[in-house]
Design a protein around this ligand. Sequence first.
Ligand SMILES: Cc1ncc(COP(=O)(O)O)c(C=O)c1O
Length: 395
Amino acid sequence: MRVPLLDLSEQYRALAQPIRAEIEQVLSTQRFILGPKVKEFEQAIAEFSHAPFAIGVSSGTDALLAILMALGIGPEDAVITTAYTFFATAGCVVRVGAKPVFVDIDASSCNISTPALETFLREQCERKDGTLVVRRTGEKVRAIIPVHLFGLCCDMNEIHRIAEEFGLTIIEDAAQAIGAEYPFVDGTRMAGNMSATGFFSFYPSKNLGAAGDAGLIVCRDHHLSEKLRAVREHGMQRRYYHDVVGGNFRLDEIQAAILKVKLPHLNQWAAARRTVADFYRDEFTRAGLTGKIKLPPEPYRDRVAEHHVYHQYVIRTSDRDALRQHLTKSEIGTEIYYPVGLHLQACFRNLGYREGDLPTTEQATRESLALPIYPELPREAQRYVVEAISEFFNR
Ligand SMILES: Cc1ncc(COP(=O)(O)O)c(C=O)c1O
């Protein structure tokens, strides 16, 4: 049996009619950029994630770039994040001229470690004339980018406590976690909307995927939202008058129209993903494999409904590469998220990190393997994946 890591064809078949009707409408009006469909989609996402402001943009990457530009983060600034994430998270920081500072991850969730974050701030930073700076290099520490990796929220209560103490802005990278909930101190909150600002990616393979690139920023402050709207269009608030330098980060009408059709189904798709995850958990446990593979943790399961949206189902094993080979032979699609920590990427050599600097991140890059998960994944395919993994460990 062939089991792909992801197959979007069923989803499209189910929604082909309304999607085509929406595209046809855009084509017939010939209004392609930042028109009524973008506005409607922004409103729908604002309602969905209980965010006061939503700004549709051209991708998740451009969302983060626009946020950093709107916050005026640039040369001589430092931004703290994780090295165990997609490249864009740190790439955007470098593109605005600032320096990414990587702290290690939590061994269980693989999200940014709050003890490591706090230790870095207490031990390697100091206040100079009221400004928090990195002691060794002197950059101003401006922001933290927690990444809700694979669809599980970071420990945001702790991150907020730390950010408040040190006066840092939180930018949530919710590219992989739209719809995920978190038990915040003052009640249930949604990924992306627990902090000053956050963003989503609608890359086609995401839980809410466009038919190309698309992204969206949410924020809580009117002034920041206006700035972000300006930065999205070359810094224009009035046509052809530029108060600040921005970019072309505009969202297409066709993408917004497609996303608007899909959004009402998102929670139901996440529930179907959790059903797959539950099956994997039960069957791996029944097969006695939990000593051989580590399953993804579900720390908020009993406290919020959308406790994990399983953008990816990532197991960990010290025998990762051999297991992957075995699964490939069995025609089962897998992927490694991520094979190299960002601190060790060739383009970041100048940041001065060395192997061993982030041991938990580095271990995760050696052990992680993503298995097939998507809402329409047939039960027999799920069973076949479990059988193939059992076969590998019982060989
Ligand atoms: C964690 C993370 N951040 C940022 C991005 C960037 O999003 P995009 O691919 O839409 O530019 C992605 C998406 O791939 C991501 O997974």
